[in-house]
Write a new protein. Structure first.
Length: 402
C-alpha cells in the first residue's frame, strides 16, 4: 500500500485520479441503466444489442484518430472537451428516455458517445506520464484499473437503487452525465500535456503509419497485441455469448454472480500488479493471461457453479494484472511523441476481432456445440500463453529500475 500512498501524495495525479474516478463511476451506471430501460419497453434484446454496438464499434477505427490527436495537440484540452461532450451526450440520452423520446435519437447519442470515448482513450493513456514520474507509473495504472473494476462492481447496484427510488433507471444515465461535468471541473489547472509528436493534423495517415512502425519496433508489444486479439476472438467472445445461458440453471442471478466474481478478481489483480515492480513485467503479464483458460474450460466440462466463479475471479486477476503491467511497460518503452499513436494502434489491434468473435461464436456453436467452442477457447488460452512466455523478446524485456 505504500506505493499507492506515495503516488496519491502528488497533487497533480490526485486531481487526475479524482476526475477519472468520477467518470468511471458514472460510466458504470450506463450499461445496466440502458438495459433496464429497454427491457421496460418490451425489448427482446435487439435494441439493447444495437445500443451496445453503438458504444463499442467506434473503438475499431476512431481510437486511431485519438492517437493522432493525442500526439499532435495538447492533451489536457482534449480530455476536458471529451468529458464535457460525453456529459452532454449522456444527459441527452437520459432525458430522451425520461421523456419517452425517439429511440433512434438516443441511439445516435450513444454512437457519438462511443466515438468521443474512443478518441480520448489514447489521449488519457499518453497524459498519465505527465501526472506521475516514471517509477510511479505502475501504482498509478494499478489505481486507475482497480477503480474502474470496483466501479463496474458497484455500478449496477446503484442503478438498481436509483430505479427503485426514482421508478426509472434513466435517471442513472442523467447522473452519469453529471459525473462528466464534475470530472471536467477537477481537471482545471492541471498541466496541459503539450503536443509531443511534432506532427500536423493534415498528415493523419502518415502519423498513424509512424505509430504502427513504432509498435513493430517494440517486438514484444506486437506479439502481445496479436495474442490478445486472438484471445478476445477465441476465448472471451464465446464465453460472453454462451456463459449467461449455460449458468442459468444455477438461478436467475447466476451470471451476475459470475461477473461479480470477475470484478472482485480484477480489483485484487490490479491492486497487486500496481503495488509490485517485477523486473520482467511483460513476462508476468503474459503468464497471467493463462488464467483466462479456466472459465471456458469450467463451463465446457460442466463443473460446479462455485468452481466457475472461482475460475472467473482468477481470470479477473489475470486480465487486470496484464492491463496494469502492460500499460506501465508501454509508457516506459515508447517515446512520448509516439505514445498516443502506439497506444491507439495497439488497442485497436487487440480489439478488432472481438465483435467478429461475438458473431462467429453462435455459428460455431451450431456446428460443434457450445461446449466444443468453449473447450477450444480454453485450450487456445493455454497455447497463447505459452507462445508469450516462450518468446525471447518477452522474456528479455526488463523494467527500468526505480
Amino acid at each position: 500500500m505504500r506505493a499507492y500512498v506515495g503516488v496519491l501524495a502528488g497533487p497533480v495525479f490526485r486531481r487526475y485520479y479524482a476526475a477519472q474516478s468520477a467518470s468511471m463511476l458514472g460510466d458504470a451506471f450506463a450499461p445496466t441503466a440502458i438495459a433496464l430501460y429497454l427491457v421496460g419497453t418490451g425489448d427482446d434484446g435487439r435494441r439493447l444489442s444495437a445500443f451496445l454496438a453503438a458504444v463499442t464499434l467506434p473503438r475499431l477505427v476512431v481510437t486511431l484518430v485519438g492517437g493522432v490527436l493525442g500526439d499532435a495537440l495538447p492533451k489536457l484540452p482534449l480530455l476536458v472537451a471529451g468529458f464535457l461532450a460525453r456529459g452532454c451526450l449522456q444527459l441527452a440520452t437520459g432525458l430522451l428516455f425520461l421523456l419517452d423520446g425517439p429511440l433512434p435519437a438516443a441511439l445516435l447519442c450513444q454512437l457519438l458517445y462511443g466515438t468521443v470515448a474512443s478518441i480520448v482513450f489514447p489521449v488519457g493513456f499518453a497524459y498519465l506520464p505527465v501526472c506521475v514520474g516514471e517509477r510511479d507509473l505502475g501504482p498509478a495504472n494499478g489505481l486507475l484499473a482497480s477503480t474502474l473494476n470496483l466501479a463496474n462492481i458497484i455500478g449496477p447496484t446503484f442503478v438498481a437503487l436509483i430505479a427503485l427510488i426514482a421508478r426509472n433507471a434513466a435517471w442513472a444515465i442523467v447522473l452519469d452525465g453529471i459525473t462528466f461535468f464534475a470530472a471536467a471541473l477537477l481537471m482545471r489547472g492541471l498541466p496541459r500535456g503539450a503536443a509531443t509528436g511534432g506532427i500536423s493534423l493534415g498528415g493523419g495517415i502518415a502519423s498513424l503509419r509512424a505509430g504502427w512502425d513504432a509498435l513493430r519496433r517494440v517486438r514484444w508489444l506486437l506479439l502481445e497485441t496479436s495474442v490478445s486479439a486472438s484471445m478476445l476472438f477465441f476465448v472471451t467472445a464465446p464465453f460472453m455469448v454462451f456463459g449467461p445461458s449455460l449458468v442459468e440453471s444455477h438461478g436467475s442471478g447466476a451470471w451476475a454472480l459470475v461477473m461479480t466474481a470477475f470484478g472482485v478478481g480484477s480489483v485484487l489483480g490490479g491492486m497487486a500488479a500496481g503495488a509490485t515492480r517485477p523486473s520482467r513485467p511483460v513476462l508476468w503479464a503474459g503468464a497471467g493471461l493463462g488464467l483466462l483458460a479456466f472459465p471456458p474450460l469450467a463451463l465446457a466440462l460442466d463443473q460446479p457453479f462455485w468452481i466457475i466463479c472461482v475460475a472467473e475471479a482468477g481470470a479477473g486477476v489475470g486480465i487486470a494484472a496484464y492491463s496494469v503491467l502492460m500499460s506501465a511497460s508501454i509508457q516506459q518503452s515508447v517515446e512520448p511523441g509516439l505514445m498516443a499513436r502506439v497506444s491507439s494502434v495497439s488497442s485497436a489491434g487487440s480489439f478488432v476481432l472481438f465483435p467478429l468473435g461475438l458473431l462467429a461464436a453462435p455459428v460455431a456453436g451450431e456446428g460443434v456445440g457450445q461446449a466444443g467452442v468453449l473447450l477450444f477457447g480454453g485450450l487456445w488460452a493455454v497455447a497463447g500463453t505459452l507462445i508469450l512466455v516462450a518468446s525471447r523478446d518477452v522474456r528479455a524485456y526488463r523494467a527500468e529500475g526505480p
